[in-house]
Design a protein around this ligand. Structure first.
Ligand SMILES: [Fe+2]
Length: 184
């Protein structure tokens, strides 16, 4: 399987937008934290998260839509030797393809949550270090706040048996663990 180092190199080569890179690091951290609950391999889950938007800019340049970035990313991940389960989760994360495995479902729900947490952290004087789950939940309820973070998509955490509060709490903690890399 592709190593984390190789995956990281690919992301840095292909994604110039620093915020998008940080979004992928955040997604990785969340998936690594959640994997053990589903007896998932934290490396496989983490690398799938790390790579999930690797072709975002390539798809944009090709004039493609959101579905194309997922398809291209899955193709690249497959070519580089990511396990099938990870490839499939990347393919499915933009919707349009049925979510089947736990990894598919968790990646789909985590994707918009990282954006909500980043936006909430930016509003906090101590950023991620001081941000509490309850503040994120308050922001969640305010539909105008970080409106791009699809609340319904985040709420699909219930499909894999996590309450919203627990889901936010685990992801917040995971992102706090990499706050230096995120500059938050
Ligand atoms: Fe994403």
């Amino acid at each position: 399987m592709i190593t984390r180092e190789e995956a990281l190199k690919l992301v840095v080569e292909r994604v110039s937008n620093v915020n998008l890179r940080k979004h992928m690091w955040s997604t990785e951290a969340c998936l690594r934290a959640i994997a053990p609950r589903f007896e998932g391999d934290p490396d496989l889950w983490g690398i799938a998260g790390l790579m999930h938007d690797v072709s975002y800019e390539d798809a944009e340049k090709a004039g493609g839509d959101l579905m194309l970035h997922a398809e291209m990313g899955a193709g690249l991940a497959e070519e580089k030797g990511l396990d099938r389960e990870g490839v499939q989760a990347i393919r499915a994360h933009a919707g349009g393809v049925p979510l089947e495995s736990d990894l598919d479902k968790v990646l789909y729900a985590v994707d918009p949550l990282t954006g909500l947490i980043v936006a909430a952290a930016l509003m906090h004087p101590e950023k991620l270090a001081g941000l509490q789950t309850r503040s994120v939940l308050k922001r969640f309820k305010d539909k105008r706040f970080a409106a791009g973070a699809d609340r319904d998509q985040i709420r699909t955490c219930s499909d894999f048996g996590m309450e919203l509060e627990e889901f936010v709490s685990v992801c917040l903690e995971a992102m706090r663990g990499i706050r230096d890399e995120l500059g938050l």
